[in-house]
Design a protein around this ligand. Structure first.
Ligand code: IPE
Ligand code: MG
Length: 241
């Protein structure tokens, strides 16, 4: 969810106003995803690198994210959204924010309409480091280590690799997001700043995704060779609700 600061700057507002304006984008995007039957949606909310920002902005983001969750979770719960978090829950995350996250996860744990994952205090490299640590701690012999071993030690092992990744605000990088999982993800870049992002932009990105030819390293002129991922929900998504 990138571009909040620039959105605010363009209007002569403090950066925090941009973060606040991002709430509407989040709500509309989640509702749009629900309308077209997206099953998995992951949002990058706060990275392991974002701690380097001025302390006031970090403090605002912690408080804002946790109050947003408190304001919105009942409505999400009613719509069948399972809320999850991925990232490190270290000492820098205020206790109140952690408690709100845990409570929201518990409250919505049985929901399956849409799994909404908030990447919070998340970094792709940190996730891989944590996976390696846990593999070593379990004394898994080197000869037994394969892709599945790594995947099963990531923060959310049951989460499928993303079919589509949308980067907002005209930047062309992954910025440490889902590094392992995005190996074959289709990337869509949009100049739209996050506070201006709406469901229509999600639908446009999905339409772009549907025009792509995914080969996963194979050579295929047609779609006759099924790939395991081809049964994934995104293939069946209707863009128009
Ligand atoms: C995204 O907007 C929000 C977070 C990363 C927390 P930015 O704050 O990165 O906005 P820009 O990139 O400065 O415009
Ligand atoms: Mg940014």
């Amino acid at each position: 969810m990138d571009g909040n600061g620039r959105w605010a700057q363009k209007r002569g507002l403090p950066r925090t106003e941009g973060h606040a304006a991002g709430e509407e984008a989040l709500v509309d995007t989640v509702n749009g995803a629900l309308d077209i039957g997206v099953k998995w949606l992951t949002m990058f909310a706060f990275s392991t690198e974002n701690w380097k920002r001025p302390v006031d902005e970090v403090r605002f983001l912690m408080g804002f994210n946790s109050s947003l969750l408190e304001r919105r979770r009942d409505e999400l719960h009613e719509k069948g959204v399972r809320i999850r978090f991925m990232g490190r829950r270290d000492w820098r995350v205020p206790k109140k924010a952690t408690a709100t996250m845990v409570r929201s996860e518990e409250m919505t744990a049985q929901n399956r309409t849409l799994t909404l994952t908030m990447a919070f205090n998340y970094g792709g490299r940190t996730e891989i480091i944590d996976a390696v640590k846990s593999i070593v701690e379990q004394n898994i012999p080197a000869k037994n280590i394969n892709e599945h071993t790594i995947k099963s030690h990531l923060y959310l092992p049951d989460q499928p690799d993303p079919d589509l990744l949308i980067r907002t605000s005209g930047e062309y990088r992954l910025s440490n997001f889902l590094l392992w999982q995005a190996a074959y993800t289709e990337l869509v870049f949009t100049p739209v700043l996050w506070p201006d992002f709406r469901r229509q932009h999600l639908f446009e990105a999905i339409e772009e995704y549907q025009r792509r030819d995914r080969r996963f390293g194979e050579i295929r002129q047609d779609n006759s060779i099924p790939h395991p991922n081809e049964n994934s929900e995104s293939r069946k998504m209707r863009v128009q609700p």
